[in-house]
Write a protein that binds this ligand. Structure first.
Ligand code: PMP
Length: 357
């Protein structure tokens, strides 16, 4: 007998970055370096561990399901009304809730490809049909082709800027034009998981588009804010959209510990800015070094870089692992490498040079 949906068999699984402890053991080394999941390498922000410890004393109770204190703090920081904010178990869960809140079987979820690997899974599990528009020659979204791919079945468009895994970010003029072209009854989600690493002044902040009725912005505390392990992201949208998401969210999925940690992290905005500046300086250094071997490396606005190695991607990933550096190959397409500490990046660059020179 078959108990689960047959269509799931064809669905690719989400692949997490490899565990560095396992690789180190395999290589007989004390440690390995993980540059595979776009985490920031500097540890939890000051005050976070204390906040987690304090919150731990109350974990026999359910958390605040309305996430009121944290939603208020987010609303204040980003200058929006708390009604427009919803939190979730990572922004990936919020993207899934948005698909569930907008799309029925037969509806279309549109996004650029290659982009965040969770998008096809999210579209499929909501029962909707994925419509993938190939990236342009510069490895970014082709917004003209995406606008042309909208049909009367399109319910949700996922725009990823900066784009995971290529690092490319959309400019204001092209995003304006795209949003003007999309019908008002299609929700456009601007996924800005990497917004804090953007340095190009031409790249607009998605939150500046919230006066448009059909735009929603996704952010996460996993990357720049250093809370990947606690699973917390947030959505800012029209109040009706945020309310619909809060309705479909799994009850209590923003844990008490995550809420406390997020509040402590938000109090450290200056430190976040300082850490992001270190990451950005390293990103630019690593990009320049890689372009000696792969001139096509796109300019990244995120905390990772993309090597469009195509059929050499898997071999490059293996070569890095043999030197105790875990990167993220996408077979046949390219390799994404997270920016780590300067020493970690040097270890990666040495491995890359050995593999590519
Ligand atoms: N969006 C993008 C573009 C991402 O790269 C990621 C993380 N890989 C997420 C969303 C989800 O992050 P999280 O669930 O940790 O908030």
């Amino acid at each position: 007998v078959r108990l689960t949906r047959a269509d799931l068999d064809a669905l690719p699984s989400y692949v997490p970055g490899r565990n560095p402890t396992d690789l180190a053991r395999e290589l007989g080394l004390p440690e390995a370096i993980k540059l595979a999941s776009n985490e920031v390498p500097y540890g939890p922000l000051p005050g976070v561990v204390e906040a987690v410890t304090e919150a731990a004393a109350g974990v026999h109770r359910y958390p605040d399901m309305g996430v009121v204190t944290l939603r208020n703090a987010l609303a204040e920081r980003y200058g929006v009304d708390p009604d427009r904010v919803a939190t979730g178990c990572g922004s990936v869960a919020l993207a899934e809730h948005l698909a569930r809140a907008t799309s029925l079987p037969g509806d279309e979820v549109l996004y650029s490809w290659r982009s965040f690997e969770a998008y096809p899974i999210i579209a499929a599990t909501s029962g909707a049909t994925s419509v993938q528009v190939p990236n342009d020659a510069g490895h970014g979204h082709d917004l003209t082709a995406m606008a042309a791919a909208v049909t009367d079945r399109t319910r949700l468009i996922l725009v990823c800027t900066p784009n995971n895994p290529t690092g490319t970010a959309l400019r204001k003029a092209e995003l304006d034009r795209f949003l003007d072209a999309v019908p008002d009854d299609v929700l456009v989600v601007i996924d800005e998981a990497y917004r804090e690493f953007v340095t190009d002044p031409e790249v607009p902040d998605g939150l500046t588009y919230l006066d448009r009725p059909n735009v929603a912005v996704l952010r996460t505390l996993s990357k720049a804010w250093g809370l990947a392990g606690l699973r917390i992201g947030f959505l800012v949208a029209q109040p009706e959209v945020a309310a619909a998401v809060r309705k479909v969210v799994t009850p209590f999925s923003t844990s008490m510990v995550a809420q406390a940690a997020a509040l402590a992290a938000l109090a450290q905005a200056d430190e976040v800015e300082r850490r992001c500046a270190l990451v950005v300086a390293e990103r630019d250094r690593v990009t320049e070094a890689l372009r000696k071997f792969v001139p096509e490396v796109p300019t990244s606005q995120a905390n990772f870089v993309w090597l469009p190695l195509r059929d050499r991607a898997v071999a490059f990933g293996k070569a890095c692992e043999s030197r105790a550096v875990i990167v993220r190959p996408f077979p046949g397409d390219g390799v994404r490498v997270t920016i780590g500490t300067p020493a970690e990046n040097d270890a990666f660059l040495a491995a890359a040079e050995a593999a590519l020179a």
